[in-house]
Design a protein around this ligand. Structure first.
Ligand code: IMP
Ligand code: MG
Length: 170
């Protein structure tokens, strides 16, 4: 779906936009494990303002391609975020259930700002309304793998984003 060069260019644009928008401020980036790790590591290299990195782990889909709708916090933040500018980094937004829950959970800690950057967004799949400040690409409803995205924990290491083969014919 997207090759290495396309991803590099798009991530560079996102990094430049974020650096510009938060200019003169300090940012805490929160990566949602594990899918966001590849995107986040490329993105932070394109961010030119001071930033700190933190991570959260939440329950995933397990070995299925469909969301259970249940979100469980498996690892909380290391940093306090009260009064800080916070940017959640996510690989892909599908139903939006995960991020809806996380923004409420983190918002309760009173950061001075709380926004989301996601590489991929599936608008047709949205079940709950959420505000996403930065989106890499809007994508159709295929199950995507690579560049951090997995199917049953595999394919995260692909340097491009592909469509899971069975999904093409469904
Ligand atoms: P949501 O709560 O339904 O928005 O689910 C978001 C999470 O589901 C993402 O962080 C991914 O871990 C996973 N996910 C959703 N769609 C895909 C996909 O096409 N490929 C791989 N993982 C996906
Ligand atoms: Mg994820």
């Amino acid at each position: 779906m997207y090759n290495e060069g396309q991803l590099r260019d798009r991530v560079r644009q996102l990094g430049a936009k974020i650096s510009n928008d938060y200019s003169g401020r300090e940012l805490i980036l929160i990566g949602i494990l594990k899918g966001s790790v590849i995107f986040m590591s490329d993105l932070v290299k394109q961010i030119t303002i001071p930033c700190k990195l933190d991570f959260m782990a939440v329950s995933s889909y397990g070995n299925s391609t469909k969301s259970s709708g249940v979100v469980k916090i498996l690892k909380d933040l290391d940093f306090e975020i009260q009064g800080k500018d916070v940017l959640i980094v996510e690989d892909i937004i599908d139903s939006g259930v995960t991020l809806k829950y996380l923004t409420k959970f983190l918002g309760a800690r009173k950061p001075s700002s709380l926004e989301i950057v996601c590489l991929l967004n599936k608008p047709d799949r949205r079940k709950v309304d959420i505000d996403v400040k930065y989106i890499g690409y809007d994508v159709p409803d295929y199950f995507l793998v690579g560049f951090g995205l997995d199917y049953a924990e595999k394919y995260r290491n692909l340097p491009y984003i592909g469509i899971l083969k069975d999904e093409i014919y469904k």
